[in-house]
Ligand binder design. Structure first.
Ligand code: ADP
Ligand code: ZN
Ligand code: ZN
Length: 734
């Protein structure tokens, strides 16, 4: 008897054995199986002759889903992720498959029926109560000669399913089987249309041409590339030329972007350039049916270009010829929950397995990638010039010397006013949403605090609500201080809403638009805003980092940066790197077209190195400084980290779990790792749970994998059932 070893979407390590009976099961097949009292879809990862459980005790594979089995490449990628990120293989497979393929009845054919009148309508009518209007409606439809299917019948009268059966028994109507339809067939919803510039192909600059040439020479082999190009240097044109060459040889390109909001724009640009090529875009905003259809095009090798956010890195592409990761430094490539993978790292792995080049593009590469380029492990190509735009000028407003009105200095306001007066656009960047981050009582010092988290509540003005950005808790603003009764509570500090309000008040007539995750929650909201901005219906944009990435607004000439100092106080060693990347990105939004751009930074520390570097647009110098510091203090990329994160309702249980885990780690004496102390998480309590973490460092990936493979299985102690925990490998935040 053949036994199928099946990986299932359960938190327990598989595989699980099933008898195949007379079903033809292959490795990689998706199968529906019974599990406990439920049915589940699993992936067959191996076939065997006998099972340690005993063949006679096995349950049977119920059906094989009507899709091509997963390939060996897909299975081995999943196995790598499961091992590297310490996640059950069955769950990794489930995450990487389109949701519809996880339904046991996927592709089952359902029998459809048609009904038509068989007796005289008047005879039937005589038997229907005059008040039964639904029944009469149904009869009228049948009497008009219509042939009803069950869906249509139910639309006419909700009680149709039962009624039709009765009528069939009485001989009033006839029932006939019709051709079966797949239960999950259906039409695709059209995608949002985006305006693109007309189909013009610019002549590449010398630098662009050179980059395309050197990278093209490596097609057909695994070479990791850093494409280091200042903002506005035309990295996208380099990607497009490379894609063209790859497609010309019948191969596929995987193009990853950090933000869902960037995909429609880029998809339109790519499709516009290559009208004859199949471009599929995969992002988290797709309806499931669309996702599946596009996934199947990719895996059939029909899609020449697969474009998407981080999850797209798992798309099976049999003809893969090139992988591109745009804005590779962006931390949204790291998934923050469940399978905590880094799509950029997986992209490199995928390219290596397929033996193709991978291009990591950025104006501000991550220090990991940059160090690899410096050391020669990655090759690099640079774009230092801007074909159309010029480097922005950066100036500082020293807020220690200025009075601020709702967080805005007079100089900043004047510059914004001038910019609007010239008919140009301005972006006011503040990376905090809400109205004010603190609600304060000036009389006694009380601040509104979340009851369930060790975090302050953010004031959201329009609804006069306080919201916790960690657990989502909301409450109405207090009328008076709960401690001293003072009625004059004060919103301290600024968020996007307050700046929006202040600008509206100060700049009469200016059209102000706020773009943050609150204002863009609705589907397509961002695309609509983007069109408004591009068609110049907006003068001043107020936005978070959502606006910093990759967008191209030709009329935007001024960027005002507020509240950036905040990041200088962070305890995270990556804060400086991230701040610099954000500032360089947002500064790159200014002066994209023929007008020069100007960047104004409001700060208390105009001579801080991060601002100095920004003013000189000096990535290389600043990155070299940061790398030297990382090397001195032993931080990544010079060491490899993993964090065990734990949380529990009872603080003592959380600590006890972490300490036991630390003890286990220390007892693995042949492992080449450093185990640090158990410490509280930066936000110690979230949604009523106490959170702590334990950092482990290794000198290289191999040592880390070896250690984790031995440590991880020991963590399922008796305490772990009371504690939620996860290992975060290569964390981007501590
Ligand atoms: P990046 O992604 O590097 O910030 P983009 O690829 O968005 O830059 O290009 C910036 C602008 O320069 C775009 O408007 C693009 O159309 C234009 N551009 C790029 N390459 C050229 C070129 N060779 N000639 C003229 N314009 C170009
Ligand atoms: Zn008070
Ligand atoms: Zn909270």
């Amino acid at each position: 008897m053949t036994i199928a070893r099946v990986e299932l979407d359960v938190p327990v390590v598989g595989p699980f054995d099933y008898a195949t009976g007379d079903t033809d099961v292959r490795v990689g097949a998706l199968v529906a199986v019974p599990f406990g009292r439920r049915r589940q879809v699993g992936v067959v990862t191996a076939l065997a002759e006998s099972s340690p459980i005993g063949n006679s005790r096995l349950r049977f594979v119920e059906r094989v889903l009507p899709v091509e089995p997963l390939t060996a490449e897909t299975l081995s990628l999943a196995a790598f992720c499961a091992d590297y990120y310490r996640h059950p293989l069955g769950q990794v497979l489930a995450i990487t498959l389109p949701t519809l393929l996880r339904k046991p009845d996927y592709g089952k054919r359902v029998q459809a029926w048609e009904y038509r009148l068989a007796a005289a309508a008047s005879d039937v009518k005589a038997n229907i109560e005059p008040r039964a209007t639904g029944q009469l409606r149904l009869l009228r439809a049948l009497a008009s000669g219509e042939v009803l299917d069950s869906v249509r019948a139910r639309l006419i009268y909700a009680g149709a399913p039962r009624l039709l059966l009765e009528w069939v028994e009485k001989g009033w109507i006839e029932k006939r089987a019709v051709r079966a339809k797949s239960s999950l067939s259906g039409r695709l919803r059209p995608v949002v249309s985006v305006a693109v510039a007309p189909n013009t192909v610019p002549t590449l600059t010398d630098e662009q041409r050179q980059a395309v040439d050197v990278i093209s020479e490596t097609l057909g082999q695994f070479v990791p590339w850093l494409l280091h190009g200042v903002t506005g240097s035309g990295k996208t044109e380099v990607y497009l030329s490379l894609i063209e060459r790859v497609a010309a040889s019948g191969k596929q390109t995987l193009l990853l972007v950090p933000e869902i909001n960037l995909t429609p724009q880029l998809e339109a640009r790519v499709q516009d350039r290559f009208p004859d090529l199949e471009v599929v875009s995969l992002h988290s905003g797709l309806a499931e049916r669309e996702r599946l259809a596009r996934w199947q095009q990719a895996r059939a090798g029909d899609a020449a270009i697969v474009l998407g956010t981080r999850l797209a890195v798992f798309t099976p592409m049999p003809q893969l010829g090139l992988v591109i990761v745009d804005e590779e430094h962006d931390s949204s490539f790291k998934q923050a929950e469940s399978l905590r993978y880094h799509a950029r790292d997986i992209a490199v792995y995928v390219a290596k397995s397929a033996n193709v080049p991978v291009v990591l593009g950025s104006a501000t590469p991550s220090l990991e990638t940059y160090a690899n380029a410096l050391s020669g492990r990655y090759r690099s190509a640079s774009l230092t010039l801007r074909p159309v735009a010029r480097a922005p000028t950066v100036e500082f407003i020293d807020v220690r010397k200025q009075h601020l009105d709702h967080g805005l200095s007079a100089d900043a306001l004047a510059a914004i006013g001038d910019c609007v007066g010239r008919g140009e656009q301005c972006l006011v960047y503040i990376n905090r949403r809400g109205f004010a981050p603190v609600l304060l009582c000036r009389a006694c010092g009380w601040m509104a605090q979340c009851q369930r988290c060790s975090a302050r509540l953010t004031l959201h003005s329009r609804a006069l609500k306080l919201r916790c950005h960690y657990c989502g808790h909301q409450e109405l603003v207090h009328r008076a201080c709960p401690d001293c009764g003072n009625q004059d509570l004060h919103g301290l500090g600024q968020g996007t809403q307050r700046i929006e309000e202040a600008l509206r008040a100060q700049l009469a007539g200016a059209r102000v638009l706020r773009v943050d995750s609150d204002s863009t929650r609705r589907r397509n909201a961002f695309a609509e805003m983007r069109n408004q901005i591009r068609s110049e219906q907006i003068d001043v944009l107020v936005g978070t980092q959502m606006l910093a990435k990759g967008h191209d607004f030709p009329k935007l000439t001024l960027v005002v940066i507020l509240g950036a100092d905040h990041a200088l106080y962070s305890s995270d060693y990556r804060a400086a790197e991230r701040l610099f990347q954000q500032l360089m990105q947002v500064a790159g939004r200014a002066g994209r077209a023929d007008r020069p751009g100007r960047v104004l930074v409001q700060t208390e520390f105009p001579s801080h190195p991060v601002y100095k570097a920004l003013a000189r647009q000096a990535f290389a110098d600043y990155a070299a400084d940061l790398l030297a510091e990382r090397r001195r203090s032993g931080f990544p990329p010079y060491v490899y980290q993993a964090v065990l994160r734990a949380e529990a309702h009872r603080e003592d249980q959380m600590w006890s779990f972490l300490r036991t885990a630390a003890g286990k780690a220390l007892s693995l004496t042949d492992a080449d790792v450093t185990v640090y102390d158990c410490v509280p998480a930066p936000i110690f309590r979230v949604a009523g749970r106490y959170r702590g973490q334990l950092l482990v460092e290794a000198p290289n990936r191999v040592a880390m994998r070896y250690f984790l493979a031995r440590w991880h299985p020991t963590l399922n102690t008796y305490k772990s059932s009371l504690v939620r925990w996860v290992i975060d490998v290569d964390p981007v935040e501590l």
